[in-house]
Ligand binder design. Structure first.
Ligand SMILES: [Zn+2]
Length: 223
């Protein structure tokens, strides 16, 4: 075999292995989603990260993803990804090693031991859960709570499995398109993620540009 063909064979093998790893890692990485609450009403990734650094000495927030309740500059229903999500690494969020190593930890900002999850957060939570289930191939029965791992009320007594199931079944489609797009962008932005071409950053930019052009049309036509 000539040197050229050997080099081609080597490159194709490396590419094939890379594609397999990119598909396999998101497929097998998580076997559950574990829901938490932040237990305080004004929080976001930055404040949780700071709190965990000061109180526990952790370099990053304990969770993979944080769902905003709109109490800070992060709009309601938007997801923030921590470094742990970007690298699909483990979480120290519970006292159970299996929960920490094998699950994706999602924290909802707010205290749901004191109040119901606000209506405005139900569709965004449902959409995030459904999208994560789809991406990581997680069954309905594997949407768990922190209190399933160790003795705690987290994510609060006002959040139950029945309510989560109802919201995912009935509310996910009602999520605003703006929130859906933001969540999908965040969910796909991992180091190991095989994004379909229509969700690549370039495609999203083209969609955004086309939308802003459409918005300008009435001003061009003078109406
Ligand atoms: Zn928790």
């Amino acid at each position: 075999m000539s040197r050229f063909f050997k080099a081609c064979f080597f490159l194709i093998s490396i590419l094939a292995i890379a594609i397999l790893v990119y598909i396999a890692v998101p497929w097998y990485r998580f076997n559950a989603i574990i829901i938490h609450h932040s237990a305080s009403n004004n929080d976001n990734y930055a404040s949780i990260k700071e709190f965990h650094a000061k109180s526990r000495g952790w370099r990053d927030a304990a969770y993979h993803l944080i769902l905003s309740n709109g109490s800070t500059y992060v709009p309601t229903g938007y997801l923030e990804a921590t470094g742990r999500y970007h690298y699909l690494s483990f979480s120290p969020a519970t006292k159970d090693p299996e929960c920490n190593l094998q699950a994706l930890h999602l924290c909802i900002v707010g205290n749901y031991n004191q109040r119901e999850l606000p209506q405005k957060l139900r569709a965004p939570l449902a959409y995030a859960l459904r999208s994560l289930q789809k991406k990581y191939h997680i069954r309905d029965s594997r949407i768990l709570f922190h209190r399933d791992c160790n003795g705690t009320a987290c994510p609060g007594r006002f959040i139950s499995k029945e309510k989560i199931k109802d919201w995912v079944d009935l509310q996910a489609d009602k999520c605003l398109p703006k929130i859906k797009n933001q969540q999908l962008e965040v969910i796909d932005a991992t180091l190991m993620s095989f994004n379909p071409p229509w969700r690549s950053p370039l495609a999203l930019e083209i969609v955004r540009f086309s939308r802003s052009c459409v918005r300008l049309i009435p001003s061009w036509s003078g109406s």
